[in-house]
Design a protein around this ligand. Structure first.
Ligand SMILES: Nc1ncnc2c1ncn2[C@@H]1O[C@H](COP(=O)(O)OP(=O)(O)OP(=O)(O)O)[C@@H](O)[C@H]1O
Ligand SMILES: [Mg+2]
Length: 293
């Protein structure tokens, strides 16, 4: 269960992305500019990618997910260019690298019931060998993200709250147990309490199933809560990276200092102690502190 996701790596090597842009002298703008970094799933980790609007974060996410072929540079999965993978290599990549996006409503087709995303994933990636077994796995995954299967199965997207829709996407992650989660601003539309429970579930998944998350955000208090590593991006360039603790305590790049000065300074030593844990039985919900107050 956990071993299949152990030991994969994604390397970005000097990745750049240019887009046509009207009104510029060259006719192009550089959205991502020579970015290199590695994500490994050997040890579960959270790597936050932080930067202001337009800095290139989502473009990097799309490039890793294979939705956007970079203009230059290479993305490799276990050493192989993701655009030159064999069919089975490509299937493996698509299973092991799962997205969670900002607006889960946009992911769901409004005419289908929400559980369709779970059934489709179960079917596509063969997570169970019978319908009954798949149903069991789906119910288990919903419970793991603190959704009551009886309440959400059979509902349409508009009948769920934003937080519930986002947790369906987490249930999908639980079902597939990928090595990597590419999360692009997954909590920016959620209120503080729902945000915190989402982050706690994500952290628990990381620990339990050894998933590594690339967490894209512009919110430093979320980065501080998640801990782990961070990269700071501006104008398509990663200008600073390191442990969240070190970068926040001693930012070396002027842009990082600016970013830190522009928000109430989160204290990296002050991790919340009341984290809720995901136990497989799904009882005990402890959400009593807002993430940001
Ligand atoms: N398909 C595209 N065509 C042209 N320009 C694009 C395209 N996608 C992104 N851009 C431009 O590239 C730059 C980086 O965009 P990107 O979406 O990666 O930023 P971001 O850091 O995710 O911003 P935000 O925090 O607002 O989501 C922006 O200037 C954007 O306008
Ligand atoms: Mg974005």
């Amino acid at each position: 269960m956990t071993t299949e996701s152990a030991g994969h790596r994604i390397d970005l090597d000097n990745v750049s992305q240019e887009f046509h842009a009207r009104g510029t002298t060259s006719g192009f703008m550089t959205a991502v500019d020579g970015v290199s970094f590695t994500l490994t799933s050997e040890a579960a980790q959270v790597v936050s990618l932080v930067g202001q609007s337009g800095s290139g974060k989502s473009t990097i996410a799309r490039i890793i997910l294979g939705l956007q072929k970079p203009s230059a540079g290479e993305v490799t999965y276990d050493g192989k260019d993701i655009y030159r993978l064999s069919r089975s290599g490509s299937n493996d990549y698509r299973r092991q690298v799962q997205p969670v996006f900002q607006d889960p409503y946009a992911i769901f087709n409004p005419v289908y019931r929400v559980d369709r995303v779970l059934w489709k994933a179960a079917h596509k990636f063969g997570v169970a060998n019978s319908r009954a077994a798949a149903e069991e796995r789906i119910e288990e995954s919903l419970t793991a993200v603190r959704l009551d299967p009886k309440q959400v199965l059979g509902r349409y997207p508009h009948q769920l709250s934003g937080g519930q829709r986002q947790r369906i996407m987490l249930a999908r992650v639980h079902l597939l147990r990928p090595a990597f989660i590419i999360a692009d601003e997954p909590v920016s539309m959620l209120d503080a309490q729902v945000r915190k429970s989402f982050l706690d579930i994500l952290l628990d998944f990381g620990e339990k199933y050894r998933m590594t998350t690339l967490f894209i955000t512009h919110d430093l208090s979320t980065v501080s809560y998640l801990g782990g590593e961070m990269m700071v991006i501006t104008n398509g360039k990663v200008v600073e990276s390191g442990s969240v603790h070190t970068v926040m305590a001693e930012p070396s790049h002027p842009y990082t200092r600016l970013l830190l000065d522009s928000v109430p300074r989160p204290d990296p030593d002050q991790r919340w102690t009341d984290r809720i844990t995901v136990d497989d039985k799904g009882d005990q919900i402890l959400i009593d502190q807002p993430l940001i107050d």
